[in-house]
Design a protein around this ligand. Structure first.
Ligand code: NDP
Length: 477
């Protein structure tokens, strides 16, 4: 098997490799990918630093053309890359292809943004002086990504970093290097100069940590667990660098008595279980008022009976496997914890056998849960959700906000009054009305509050807050 190498200073290097396994079929090796060392990472950072002066002054048309070409190739290869994604992460093929198209759309969006970066010109408060406010690139950006969106998250960090003239050292999650390698390969062939984008695959404790420890990484954008996020934060404070964190969620989905039952069930099932519940915007707390509670729970149970958990690549599969053994153990541990805490396992939760050996788990629905249980407070990151029964809207809102996280928050209601109140009072970065808590657009801000996020928003034009730094220039006329 050929080793997919790291890209450092424009050269493909590295012979020490790890294997990437298909969670739908653990006998299927997706590929071999280089495992970077501390030295590789330092070389990549040095290359990015050396490339910065020239790339930061490159023409916006050059950047536009490279990002545009990348977008086109990603979309043209959506079936192949979507399949690779499903093989390495375990999302269904439809989800894999959808995420690949999304990555293409993101590169396309930032290709346009290259041509739209604006500043401001103001009069000074002093006579005969003009003031210009401009945005400049930050420098070397360290990009650290998780395994759950193997192509979209790298895209929404790499595209704006390059668009605004930064150079990059990129470390994808070791579990899913395939799509990352593919987009770096596409960007290089699209014409990116040497050293502008460096790929160092390998372990977080080695490659990621070396990035955190380097004074030559000027900003770090990270998506992943709260624990690693805190390490990124403390190392960044130490180096006085900019950092942006997207971490966990314990997103609530509120269902009120007046909700459209079918729509509410569909949104709740999608929020909690699609993509195997491995989305930071997934809803794992379903907060239901008592007038609709029993009907809602029965309907979710019925809906789940029709959900097919199987090989991600098989036609007809609705939910693929859990990403790996460690995550599967975390999910089953929480299913046990929930039962011990006194919640009722109303549906699923058992390991499933399929034609191929994989990490298959029947979606688990708890009822009779309370908001102080660990299953309601800690991020599980699997197809496990708990229904919490409440008296009325006011109690639902209070429970929805009673969490250390604040990424996404949803409500199912036909009441304009409650929908409007919820939009204003949900303590979350994103609010969904009659929609799943997961599922976002690429041209608008993405991010949360409280323990879910730190720093400025990702995506859309708001991304320029992180990937640029502001300069104020005064000129005597
Ligand atoms: P991690 O936070 O460990 O991984 C995220 C990224 O950080 C990976 O690229 C990882 O590398 C890297 N990393 C790990 N250690 C360090 C370090 N010391 N310095 C710098 N980078 C490092 O999350 P996991 O992937 O292990 O997932 C664990 C849990 O995190 C999940 O069960 C879930 O609860 C949560 N999670 C949340 C996500 C979200 O979007 N909110 C996304 C993914 C996970 P590598 O993996 O290669 O070692």
């Amino acid at each position: 098997m050929t080793i997919h190498q790291n890209l450092i200073a424009g050269e493909w290097v590295g012979s020490d490799a790890t294997r990437n396994i298909n969670p739908s079929n653990t006998g299927d090796v997706v590929g071999e990918y280089a495992r970077g060392s501390i030295e590789d990472t330092k070389a990549a950072i040095a290359a990015a630093k050396a490339a910065f002066p020239s790339w930061s002054r490159s023409g916006i048309l050059e950047r536009h053309a490279i990002l545009r070409k990348t977008a086109d190739e990603i979309v043209a290869r959506k079936d192949e890359l979507g399949r690779l994604l499903s093989r390495e992460e375990g999302k269904t093929l439809a989800e894999g292809i959808g995420e690949t198209v999304r990555a293409g759309q993101i590169f396309d969006f930032f290709a346009g943004e290259c041509l739209r970066l604006a500043g401001e010109v103001l009069a000074s408060v002093r006579p005969n002086i003009g003031v210009e406010i401009t945005r400049e690139p930050v420098g070397v950006i360290g990009i650290i990504t998780p395994w759950n969106f193997p192509i979209a998250i790298p895209a929404w960090k790499i595209a704006p970093a390059l668009c605004y003239g930064n150079t990059v050292v990129f470390k994808p999650a070791e579990l899913v290097p395939g799509c990352s390698w593919a987009i770096v390969d596409i960007l290089v062939r699209a014409g990116l100069p040497k050293g502008v984008l460096n790929l160092v695959m390998g372990k977080g404790s080695v490659v990621g940590q070396t990035m955190l420890d380097s004074p030559d990484v000027h900003a770090i954008t990270f998506t992943g667990s709260t624990g690693t996020g805190k390490r990124v934060a403390s190392a960044s404070v130490e180096h006085n660098r900019k950092y942006q964190l997207e971490m966990g969620g314990k997103n609530p989905f509120v269902v009120l008595d007046d909700a459209d039952l079918t729509g509410a069930v569909e949104a709740a099932v999608n929020s909690a279980f699609f993509s195997t519940g491995q989305r930071c915007t997934a809803s794992s707390r379903v907060i239901v008022t008592e007038g609709i509670h029993d009907r809602f729970v029965a309907a979710v149970g019925e809906r789940l009976k029709g959900v097919v958990v199987d090989d991600a690549l098989k036609a007809g599969t609705h939910i693929g496997p859990v990403v790996d053994e460690t995550q599967l153990k975390q999910d089953t541990d929480y299913i046990e914890i929930g039962q011990k805490e006194g919640a009722k396992l109303a549906f699923g939760g058992e390991l499933l056998k399929r034609d191929t050996p994989g990490f298959y788990l029947q979606p688990a629905l708890f009822t009779e849960a309370t908001n102080d249980m660990r299953i309601s407070r800690e991020e599980i990151f699997g197809p496990v959700a708990a229904v919490i029964r409440v008296k009325d809207y006011e109690e639902a809102l209070a429970i929805a906000n009673d969490t250390s996280f604040g990424l996404s928050s949803g409500i199912a209601t036909t009441s304009l009054k409650h929908a409007t109140h919820f939009k204003r009072n949900a303590e979350a970065g994103m609010v969904m009305v009659n929609l799943p808590t997961a599922g976002v657009d690429f041209h608008v801000p993405f991010g949360g509050r409280k323990g879910s996020s730190h720093g400025s928003r990702e995506q859309g034009k708001y991304a320029n807050e992180f990937y640029t730094t502001v300069k104020t220039a005064y000129t005597l006329a």
